[in-house]
Every structure is written in C-alpha cells, then in structure tokens.
Design a protein. Structure first.
Length: 165
C-alpha cells in the first residue's frame, strides 16, 4: 500500500465513522516504531506506521487511523483532543478506536541497567542507566538515604566454582 491508497483509506474512515471529511494529508512514516501513528496540530497531517500494517494487519491499522482522526476532528472543533481529555476518551469509545497500539516485536529496546540506587531505610530500589550521586536524591517512598550499587547482570558475573574441583 502506498501513500495515495492510505489517503483514500483515511478519507473513507473519516466519512464513515465521523461523518466529517478529512481535508489534510495522510502518509506512511517508516521511522515510526514505538507508536502507531501521529497527528500534527500545526499542519493537521497524520502519519501512520507501515510496520503496524505489515505485522498486525488492516484491522489494527484502521483502529490507529480512527485514533488519529479522533485527535484531528476534536482539535479542529476546538474541543479536548489530548489523551487525558474526556471528549477524546468518549469519541474513542464511540468509534471503536484503540487507546494504545499493539507493540511491534523487538520495538522496545531497553538499555541495560548499570546502577541501582537502593534506599537504606526501606530497601526500595531505583534502576539507573547512568551513574548518579546518591547524596543528591532521597527515597520517593520514605525520604531515606540512598546508596549507589553497580548492577551486574547475572550473565556477566562469573559463577562460583565449588571448592575442591
């Protein structure tokens, strides 16, 4: 499917489910991996991830199109178009759009945890990717003092060998 077919699809979904025309541009953006689509408030254009269509099919992609059209139509009407707004939540339910898209396989690449800040009073731990000065922070639960510990993944640390072997 190309951008022209997507444009026709979005216009059809807009007319069918919202009863209003979509007068702006809808395009595929292959750089979208962790999100299904985007609505731009300045240009009123919509971008859709082609990976969602390839992996999850047209039903999931149509739900993403409905979601972005909820942003689009509410914004143009001057009503609450953000995720936290009741107007947005209500319109999502009316048209059968999804609140969140399904994740793509391998899309969530997390950096490994290298450090832990651990509360000395209650034991609460805070994983960190970068080193932090524990004197600058306090525990969010009990306001206790924190200690910085190097977190070594189990695969990297050598296993202890039994004595006498």
């Amino acid at each position: 499917m190309d951008n022209q077919e997507l444009q026709i699809w979005v216009e059809k979904v807009s007319d069918t489910f919202f009863g209003r025309p979509f007068k702006h541009e809808a395009t595929f953006n292959p750089r979208l991996r962790t999100t299904g689509g985007r609505y731009f408030t300045r240009s009123h254009n919509i971008e859709i991830s082609p990976h969602q269509l390839a992996v999850h099919g047209p039903e999931e992609t149509e739900a993403i199109i409905k979601h972005e059209l909820c942003h689009y139509h509410l914004h143009l009407l001057g009503r609450g178009y953000q995720h936290r707004d009741e107007d947005f939540k209500r319109l999502l339910a009316q048209v059968g759009a999804t609140r969140h898209c399904r994740p793509l396989p391998g899309a969530a690449r997390r950096l490994p945890v290298k450090y832990l800040l651990i509360c000395q009073a209650c034991g609460m731990s805070y994983p960190r990717k970068r080193r932090a000065d524990p004197r600058k922070y306090a525990c969010g639960r009990c306001r206790g003092r924190l200690a910085l510990i190097d977190a070594k993944p189990a695969a990297e640390s050598p296993e202890p060998q039994p004595a006498g072997v």
